[in-house]
Design a protein around this ligand. Structure first.
Ligand code: GLN
Length: 535
């Protein structure tokens, strides 16, 4: 059986519980242990697939096709191991399961209640990943902030687990904020004390307090927090702001978070941490030799989290290429034929982002045209690939009204069509083409050069596809369909040969980019942008 670490948060949201959890897991992994991370989210949506990016940032998709919280992306990028449906559980999913059981008669004769039925279901799922012997440590991040009405059943379940399991099998890491009051020139511990009190009232005893603080915590402050929050001296640690999230594991190593956890969980079979690859990456990340400017054409650019995995993909690929990738956000709604030259001038490459719906579509098509005509490196992801197809249809094939049926159901030239199996689907949640599918790549293409193999697997999240009725017309006009799904013939990759770098992919390569294995498409796109920058 695995040991369990729960990560809770107090005072405010956005303290970075996910990054702390991922950093701890990274350190345990570097010490030769196996760790996984799961996130329990308190909202009622069964998964975040039905939330728009303004509400919740990017929806991250796992290999097995789960639509999940973007923190799972951090877990994978840090640990370089895949997560799954089991790694992200919401209140909605818990209730759905319990209500389905109730309808099936599993609780016949009983009143179904939050305690024990909901908490039992939460407990079952919290302990699940630790049961098959695959992991030494399962880290569970509890979404939201302690004290929220919504989080109560999760916190209550942590209390039960803390009470039921042996002392050395479970621990709680509580993350709080220690604000610095400029006027008083002082760090203030009261919010931390209050949040720990709230946790204690719910019956949960924190073992470690991790304090986010803009100023260093001195020993007096640490002692004070330890005393008032009832944790052992030495178990109050500081999480200072880092210049990049990838530095946080090293900061946690300095603060000995890993050793505190190993001591509390009585784990002894660990080695000195091996962070060689991680450190090489960090050194490259911090010492770029040049800069490339990449235009990110999207409609959610006000919100950085909406394109989280893409931005991280650029960081990985930039480090590998020893360049700083300066992402220039370009709002697709504000882009038109009159201002496109001015707005995109000076960029070394364009990435047209994924998305849904009509808003900002024409701006994306204009951006593709600009990249194609000016021989600027172009990389289209999902909707971005679909826009590249539409642009080519309109401006090269001469099909002026070509469109995707998503935006224009009556287009005379629906070059992007709804996938056949999608036409029968009416429910919106979890029904897209999701998760990993194979793709076969044609030799002597850009895609082949990038991947160096003919068989790849990438993750998906879409309802629409390249309309193969137009395949020959596109091919005759010079567009190469260099990757297809071997079972269905669905076009996964399009590219243009007479161009330094022009590629669109129906899948989401950003979802598989990790520190250790940057996504090949991102790496090569940055190589092309570097060449462009030299011109
Ligand atoms: N809206 C498009 C589709 O459903 C693209 C989706 C995406 O970019 N993730 O096919």
């Amino acid at each position: 059986m695995a040991k369990y670490v729960f990560v809770t948060g107090g005072v405010t949201s956005s303290l970075g519980k996910g990054i702390i959890a991922a950093s701890l897991a990274k350190l345990l992994q570097a010490r030769g242990l196996t760790a996984t991370i799961q996130k329990f989210d308190p909202y009622i949506n069964v998964d975040p697939g039905t939330l728009n990016p303004y509400e919740h940032g990017e929806c991250y998709v796992t290999e097995d096709g789960a639509e999940t919280d973007l923190d799972l992306g951090h877990y994978e990028r840090f640990l370089n191991t895949p997560t799954s449906q089991a790694n992200n559980v919401t209140t909605g999913r818990i209730y759905q399961t319990v209500i389905n059981k109730e309808r099936a008669g599993e609780f016949l004769g009983k009143t179904v209640q939050v305690v024990p039925h909901i908490t039992d279901e939460i407990k079952h799922r919290m302990l699940l990943l630790g049961k098959d012997g695959k992991y030494d440590v399962v880290i569970t991040e509890i979404g939201g902030t302690v004290g929220d009405i919504e989080s109560l059943p999760f916190v209550e379940t942590v209390r039960q687990i803390q009470w039921e399991l042996p002392e050395e099998d479970v621990m709680v890491v509580h993350l709080t904020l220690v604000p610095y009051l400029k006027a008083a020139k002082e760090l203030k511990t009261k919010p931390t004390q209050h949040s720990v009190r709230m946790l204690s009232e719910a019956g949960v005893r924190p073992d470690v307090i991790v304090c986010r603080a803009e100023e260093p915590l001195n020993d007096d402050i640490k002692r004070k927090i330890a005393l008032f929050c009832n944790v052992k001296a030495g178990r109050v640690i500081e999480a200072a702001d880092a210049s990049t999230i990838y530095e946080v594991p090293l900061k946690m190593l300095e603060e000995k978070l890993d050793l505190i956890v190993l001591e509390k969980l009585k784990i002894t079979n660990f080695k000195e941490p091996d962070l060689t690859k991680w450190n090489i990456f960090l050194t490259k990340l911090k010492n770029p030799k040049s800069t490339v400017n990449i235009g990110l054409i999207g409609k959610y650019i006000e919100l950085q989290d909406a394109y989280k995995s893409i931005l991280e993909g650029f960081i990985h690929a930039g480090a590998m290429n020893e360049v700083k990738v300066n992402v220039v956000n370009v709002h697709s709604e504000e882009l038109n034929a009159d201002n496109v030259n001015e707005k995109l001038n000076g960029l070394d490459g364009l990435l047209v982002a994924p998305g849904f719906g009509n808003r900002g579509i024409e701006g994306k098509i204009i951006a593709v045209q600009y990249a194609r005509e000016n021989k600027l490196p172009f990389f289209g992801i999902c909707l971005g690939m679909q826009m590249a197809v539409i642009e080519y249809a309109r401006n090269v094939l001469g099909l002026k009204q070509a469109h995707s049926v998503e935006m224009d159901p009556n287009s005379p030239d629906p070059v992007i069509n709804m996938m056949e199996e999608q036409k029968r689907i009416t429910m919106k949640g979890g029904t897209m083409r999701l998760g990993a599918y194979p793709c076969t790549i044609t030799k002597d293409t850009l895609a082949y050069k990038i991947y160096g193999t003919t068989e790849i697997s990438e993750r998906h999240r879409h309802r629409y596809e390249f309309n193969n009725d137009y395949l020959k017309a596109f091919q005759d006009a010079g567009m190469v369909t260099s990757g297809v799904n071997p079972a269905t013939g669905l076009v996964e990759i399009v590219e243009l040969p007479n161009h330094p770098f022009f590629i669109g992919v129906q899948y989401h390569p950003e979802l598989k980019s990790t520190v250790e294995y940057p996504a090949p498409l991102f790496v090569h796109f940055i190589v092309a942008a570097k060449l462009q920058a030299k011109k």
